[in-house]
Design a protein around this ligand. Sequence first.
Ligand SMILES: C[S@@+](CC[C@H](N)C(=O)[O-])C[C@H]1O[C@@H](n2cnc3c(N)ncnc32)[C@H](O)[C@@H]1O
Length: 251
Amino acid sequence: MTEFELILDLHKNSERQGPGSEKETLKALEFIKLQNNRELKVADIGCGTGGQTITLAQNINGKITAIDLFPEFLDELNEKSMTFGLTDKIATLEKSMEELPFSAEELDIIWAEGAIYNIGFEYGVKSWKKYLKQGGYLALSEITWITNSRPKEIEEFWVQEYPEIDTASKKITLLEENGFTLAGYFNLSKESWIETYYKPMEARFESFLIRNNNSKLARKVVEDNKAEIRLYQKYKDYYSYGFYIARKNEQ
Ligand SMILES: C[S@@+](CC[C@H](N)C(=O)[O-])C[C@H]1O[C@@H](n2cnc3c(N)ncnc32)[C@H](O)[C@@H]1O
């Protein structure tokens, strides 16, 4: 297996592939004020195994297209949809977030938890906007600095991982410059990093290594993730995922 395939293997049996929680998906949803007497059209982009997709489907009157590049994740989401009796509300689609199949102003909500970074926040906001109805909503979680300055070690780590990392005020300005009005913002709690993401990941390390014959590359994948967890433990007061909920301005 390549390193990339190993990373997929580590993540595929998990509830979430990034920080987040049911509680915080629901908190973000509360900022969205849309009439609930008609069926909404929603896209959940970079849905992974669909931790948030299930919560959305259980709480929205509408249909959700859950999109991810990797069928391994979508297969798990399809299984969950069946278990929860939500197959009439969730349709999965194997597709890149750069090639969305929607028409102009088709969607009421675009949801993306921990995923827009794959194409960059600014490019994503600009290129997805056309698919939203006027008055429709974007709900995005994105790695965000929560202080104005920070130690060099963590600054260098994240700037190298994701050069677009910035403060919430900069991201909100970018949303405003692109025709959105902020409807809500909050930082994900530390619990959402540790309890629902890092701890379950740590619990999978051993079986992951056994499954992959304790190969050098599998050990590297585990070590890289352990290093990221150590950095989070050390510097968690300086960054989080910001949850941005923004409404497309009406013209
Ligand atoms: C950090 S995970 C977040 C998954 C899920 N939303 C969650 O919070 O648990 C990012 C997701 O984006 C997906 N992804 C990466 N690049 C993509 C692309 N170009 N198009 C669609 N999905 C992509 C990955 O497969 C992964 O499931």
